[in-house]
Design a protein around this ligand. Structure first.
Ligand SMILES: CC(C)(COP(=O)(O)OP(=O)(O)OC[C@H]1O[C@@H](n2cnc3c(N)ncnc32)[C@H](O)[C@@H]1OP(=O)(O)O)[C@@H](O)C(=O)NCCC(=O)NCCS
Length: 192
């Protein structure tokens, strides 16, 4: 049975192992077509995500970390240049009847699922768990996906139900920017 919960410091080794397996800099060539993550976290950044943001959700199967999903305030993300670019652009975006800001939105992702557990609803459930952690703080979720990661785009739009807000370019890469209405539970999820 797969359990969804907030990470604790003891989970760091398992999360770091999964990050290494699917990070663009260390992923096996044959795994790339099924998606990769680009934001790289240090152990200190993982700890701060847990401690200061309540923003590290994990899925475990028999004590093994098989998925993680990050979520945090824009202030946390401002350490990375790509997110500074997204923050500066928020006031240009109107979504769900609101002009976006660092107060009314947060950023979800990266998310990662071990290859053996894909296609089984883990994404919908870990996002739903993460959504519940953040829903009392923010009405809107924002995320980005590299346009050369079609599996992630398909899963997040078609299965989770995220909306395409816009596309943008940064540092020679092309991205989708997606949004989600935080008052809306992910259909078909059955978390207690
Ligand atoms: C992206 C990720 C979270 C999606 O979760 P998942 O469990 O694999 O998602 P699912 O298998 O339920 O859904 C993916 C869908 O995309 C489809 N798909 C696969 N490859 C595809 C491609 N190249 N183009 C379009 N769709 C594709 C699949 O067929 C599947 O749809 P189906 O179930 O109707 O067949 C997971 O694959 C993952 O962790 N990848 C590595 C890290 C990553 O990319 N993270 C996201 C960064 S933004």
């Amino acid at each position: 049975m797969i359990i969804y919960r907030n990470a604790v410091p003891d989970d760091l080794a398992g999360v770091a192992e999964l990050q290494k397996r699917y990070h663009i800099s260390t992923i096996l060539e044959e795994d790339k077509a099924d998606g990769f993550v680009t934001t790289l976290f240090s152990p200190e950044q993982f700890l701060s995500l847990m401690r200061d943001e309540n923003g590290l959700a994990v899925a475990c199967d028999g004590g093994k970390i098989i998925s993680y999903a990050m979520a945090a305030s824009w202030e946390y993300w401002s350490a990375w240049p790509l997110f500074r670019h997204m923050i500066a652009d928020l006031p240009n975006i109107e979504y769900l009847g609101r002009v976006l800001s660092t107060e009314n939105s947060y950023q979800y992702g990266p998310v990662c699922i071990a290859g053996e557990y894909r296609g089984q609803g883990v994404l919908e459930h870990i996002f739903e768990f993460s959504r519940r952690q953040m829903a009392s703080r923010y009405p809107v979720m924002v995320t980005f996906i590299n346009r050369i990661n079609p599996r992630s785009y398909d899963a997040h739009t078609r299965k989770v139900g995220m909306d395409l807000i816009k596309t943008f370019d940064f540092n020679g890469n092309h991205y989708y920017e997606l949004g989600y209405d935080m008052s809306r539970p992910v259909p078909g999820t059955s978390l207690l």
